[in-house]
Design a protein around this ligand. Structure first.
Ligand SMILES: Nc1ncnc2c1ncn2[C@@H]1O[C@H](COP(=O)(O)OP(=O)(O)OP(=O)(O)O)[C@@H](O)[C@H]1O
Length: 568
């Protein structure tokens, strides 16, 4: 313990960013808060992507003697990070320091000074544009959390109210709609000839330039409209006063929108009985991420499935991949098709050895485009893909295609020779296997999938369920390290579904299951990654994701009628 500090202390909780300018702006605002309250002990910490982490910031203050700590999140609107990561940081801190009193302040929220700063940014951009012909596309981050999105609409309404700023049309750069182009289009349809695109962001980061880029794309289609880029709020020293107000509110217990206390935080009946603690109280992970994005829901690291072992019925890869290296790692992967369609946008994804992960998302989300990066059929426009540490590229294609076995939805894409046995032999024969070794490889793969007796059968004489298992055997014969299954349950009858699920479980391999069949995904996987518009919008325990009705409908994911993901 330190010098016996008695006054309460404050932690400024930043989100962190991969963009160093965004992190610098956080530090500038922290400096402004320090200047505004020189006597207050202030710690600084981030949820992710920058250091120090919030836990470290809290521990430092406690080590210096603080026994009352107020955490003030530097976020504009309450959404996932405040509702989940803030309370999670509190819960961890309470466990580590049971004698210290922790309080979580609310978001900066809809506040007059903040509105004035936003107004100034819009006016600076608009110059002397005629207010009658002015439209403002007020762009927020976008969230699956309706509270955060609806707050942006309130901000828009308040800015439109008697300030002479013209038409204000809210929009979102990711996840939620309307998007940037749609907000601008609404301004145009309402008669604007000048549109200011104003990012309602506290700090810059990866998304503010993206807003301007999207606005630029729209402007290129509408030469008749003057489009002006506005600045985000930035570390304006006036914000320091709001931060201190939030600190005082929390200290005196008067926090009205605080999900650490909110009785409405978990609205699912029986949630805690069935699932345990709410996600906001589960550990966030051991450390802040270093330069790698963790999606909002990556709150709990799923326990990896057991390592592949030599046992009857389990599959054993021929080469032993390093246990330390993830089976799949995608770092900042973006991909555009030649016609310019953006299919993936800065995807970060790490899948550990032995994990079974469901890749979910609505039609057109980018699932297939992602899968095809894993075996080098498509090449990222930016970023990189590593399979067990091997970077996917022209020189490693052969190795990577052996390591990643993709089983397509239509087994007939993989079964094209006169007999099942020859189909299974096809890949290993190309690897150079011959004679008894090749025969043994085929027999082994067929026995894993329960088709040992059908090696001489023509594939078209098998049932769909058998053909799908035969397709799995064709990739198992290559001794892959990763299995990718594309819609494996489609069109299977209940018995064949069950047999296939049993096979996947028995193989115990690192598996990426791409599917719209959510109950099947829940049965086979503990973790889900949700893609939408080419971005990872959730990554975490599948049960919690499927149980989040708001999130699910925001991403056009529907459970079958009457299916309760929390049951059983
Ligand atoms: N060959 C292509 N050329 C141009 N755009 C493409 C091509 N293939 C896919 N896209 C576009 O890329 C985006 C992602 O498509 P993708 O097929 O990866 O999605 P998906 O999640 O697999 O969809 P689904 O669930 O319907 O199979 C979509 O906007 C789609 O229209």
């Amino acid at each position: 313990m330190g010098d016996g500090m008695t006054a309460p202390a404050m932690v400024l909780l930043g989100h962190g960013s991969r963009d160093s300018d965004g992190v610098d702006e956080y530090w500038a605002l922290a400096e402004a808060v320090r200047n505004a309250a020189p006597d207050l002990k202030i710690g600084c910490g981030f949820v992710e992507l920058a250091e120090p982490g919030v836990d470290e910031a809290i521990d430092r203050l406690v080590a210096e003697g603080a026994h009352e700590v107020v955490v003030v999140p530097l976020v504009l609107l309450a959404a996932g990070h405040l509702k989940n990561d803030g309370p999670a940081a509190m819960a961890r801190a309470r466990q580590r320091h049971p004698s210290v009193h922790f309080r979580l302040a609310r978001d900066l929220g809809i506040e007059p000074t903040l509105l004035s700063i936003a107004e100034e940014r819009i006016r600076d951009a608009a110059g002397d544009a005629d207010p009658e012909k002015l439209g403002v596309a007020l762009i927020g981050r976008g969230s699956s959390d309706p509270d955060a999105c609806s707050d942006l609409w309130k901000v828009g309404r308040l800015l439109a109210d008697k300030r002479g700023l013209g038409t204000i049309e809210p929009g979102f750069v990711s996840v939620a709609r309307p998007n940037v182009a749609e907000a601008m289009e609404r301004c145009r349809l309402l008669g604007a000839t000048t549109i200011v695109v104003s990012p309602f962001f506290l700090f810059t980061g990866m998304l503010v330039p993206r807003i301007h880029q999207q606005a630029g794309d729209w402007a290129a289609q509408h030469p008749e409209i003057t489009v002006l880029g506005g600045a985000h709020l930035g570390p304006d020293p006036r914000l320091a006063r709001i931060v201190l107000e939030r600190y005082r509110e929390a200290l005196h217990g008067d926090v009205r929108m605080n999900c650490d206390l909110c009785t409405y935080r978990v609205q699912l009946p029986g949630y805690e009985d069935k699932v345990g603690l709410p996600i906001s109280l589960t550990p966030h992970g051991d450390e802040p991420a270093r330069g790698k994005r963790k999606a909002r829901r990556a709150i709990r690291t799923p326990a990896p499935a057991p390592t592949v072992e030599i046992r009857r019925g389990r599959f054993m890869p021929s080469t032993k991949a390093s246990d330390e290296l993830p089976a799949i790692e995608m770092r900042g992967v973006s991909f555009d098709y030649p016609d310019g369609t953006s299919a993936l946008s800065t995807v970060d994804l790490t899948i550990g050895r032995g994990e079974r992960v469901a890749l979910l998302g609505p039609n057109g989300a980018g699932k297939t485009s992602l899968v095809l990066q894993l075996n080098g059929v498509l090449t990222p426009s930016a970023g990189e893909v590593l399979i067990s540490g091997t970077a996917v590229g022209p020189k490693t294609l052969k190795e990577v295609r052996r390591k990643v076995g993709v089983v397509f939805q239509d087994p007939d894409d993989q079964l094209f020779t006169p007999t099942v046995g020859r189909d299974v032999a096809f890949g290993p024969a190309h690897l150079g296997l011959k004679g008894d070794e090749l025969k043994a490889r085929v027999a082994e793969a067929l026995s894993y999938v329960g088709l040992a007796d059908l090696a001489d059968r023509p594939p078209h004489r098998l049932s769909l369920g058998q053909r799908r298992r035969a397709a799995v055997a064709t990739v198992l014969a290559m001794h892959p390290e990763v299995l990718v299954l594309d819609e494996p349950s489609s069109n299977l009858d209940p018995a064949a579904r069950r047999e296939f699920a049993d096979l996947v479980k028995r193989l115990g391999m690192t598996t990426l299951l791409v599917t719209h069949d959510l109950p099947y995904a829940l049965e086979l996987c503990q973790r889900a990654v949700v893609l939408d518009h080419g971005q990872v919008v959730a990554d975490g325990p599948i049960r919690e994701i499927l149980a989040d009705a708001g999130f699910m409908s925001a991403h056009r994911l529907e459970l079958p009628a009457g299916f309760n993901p929390l049951g059983g």
